[in-house]
Design a protein around this ligand. Structure first.
Ligand code: RRO
Length: 294
């Protein structure tokens, strides 16, 4: 899959509507990733579902989504107007469910799939699948058998060895890996003496997790045979360049949109271009993984 620039909208940030995706493309994004969609609709958790931490956000949305059958029309509408690839993020409670959602998403027009095997706080899906190399491999294999479109696997940082899982996904046929989903976290209110999120625990995103995400990309690059998409706390061209140097071929931006607006994609792309020119490189690919040289 060719991207016009190396920035993409991270999953989960702007739901499912063609209008909100268009505003992100107008801001300069090179690809869109939807919020995760499953076989059946889900309400998600009760509020509060998001809490501001000092250097990021903690969320426990609980996978609210319309279900793939309720989303196919939105995929078709988005495909009719978008000029960049539309990547549909999917989840399931079994390998067969992932495969069946994948088939429906591709039939509706998805250009690629991102498998959410890394949601930190919904039982029997997400990271409960992505933390076991054998189950992860089975999910990837079944989705690959169900479609010819590129399959990206989004990995969880909440594991002992993310590289083992990256290898398992790529051996099973993943075309690319996204690193990372949110880091398990929580907030407690001293006044009420209670956790703030209704679900008590959630996932931390934003500035606070950038060094964790960067290390994950760096470690995966040493062993992975497939492109890596960096995700976690990227808010500027300098952050993006650091991820490229660690081994990412593209980056996803999410939490930073809240503070910087959709134009963060354009400013990041322009900044990467200026950096390449200043340092005498001709393309992004020349700096992917460059920090590994000894
Ligand atoms: O919906 C969520 O609560 C959620 C998901 Br699916 C995910 O993958 N990561 C996250 O931080 N929240």
């Amino acid at each position: 899959m060719k991207l016009a620039n190396p920035t993409m909208l991270a999953s989960g940030i702007l739901g499912y509507s063609a209008e909100s995706f268009q505003s992100i493309v107008n801001g300069g994004a090179g690809a869109i990733v939807t919020k995760s969609v499953g076989l059946k609709s889900r309400m998600g958790y009760a509020n509060p579902t998001v809490v501001q931490a000092k250097f990021g956000l903690i969320n426990a949305m609980g996978l609210p989504n319309p279900g793939i059958d309720g989303f196919v029309e939105e995929i078709r509408e988005a495909k009719a107007v978008l000029t960049v690839p539309l990547i549909v993020s999917i989840y399931g409670f079994s390998a067969d469910e992932y495969a069946s959602v994948a088939q429906k998403a591709v039939a509706a027009g998805a250009d690629a799939l991102e498998l959410n095997v890394s949601c930190p706080h919904v039982r029997e899906t997400g990271s409960e699948i992505g933390q076991d190399p054998r189950i992860l491999a089975e999910v990837v294999r079944k989705v690959k058998m169900a479609t010819r479109k590129p399959v990206i696997v989004k990995l969880s940082p909440n594991v002992t060895d993310i590289v083992e899982l990256a290898e398992s996904a790529s051996h099973a046929g993943a075309d690319a890996l996204t690193a990372i989903n949110t880091v398990k976290a929580m907030a407690i209110d001293a006044e009420t003496a209670m956790p703030i999120l209704n679900n008590r625990v959630g996932g931390l995103s934003g500035q606070a997790i950038k060094p964790i995400a960067l290390r994950c990309v760096y470690d995966i690059w040493e062993r992975a045979k497939v492109p890596i998409i960096g995700c976690g706390g990227i808010a500027s061209w300098r952050d993006a360049v650091e991820f490229l140097l660690a081994g990412a071929s593209a980056v996803q931006i999410g939490t930073a949109i809240a503070a910087k607006g959709p134009n963060v994609f354009r400013s990041t792309t322009i900044g990467i271009g200026n950096y390449l020119k200043k340092k005498g490189f001709r393309s992004v690919s020349e700096i992917v993984g460059l920090s590994h040289r000894k």
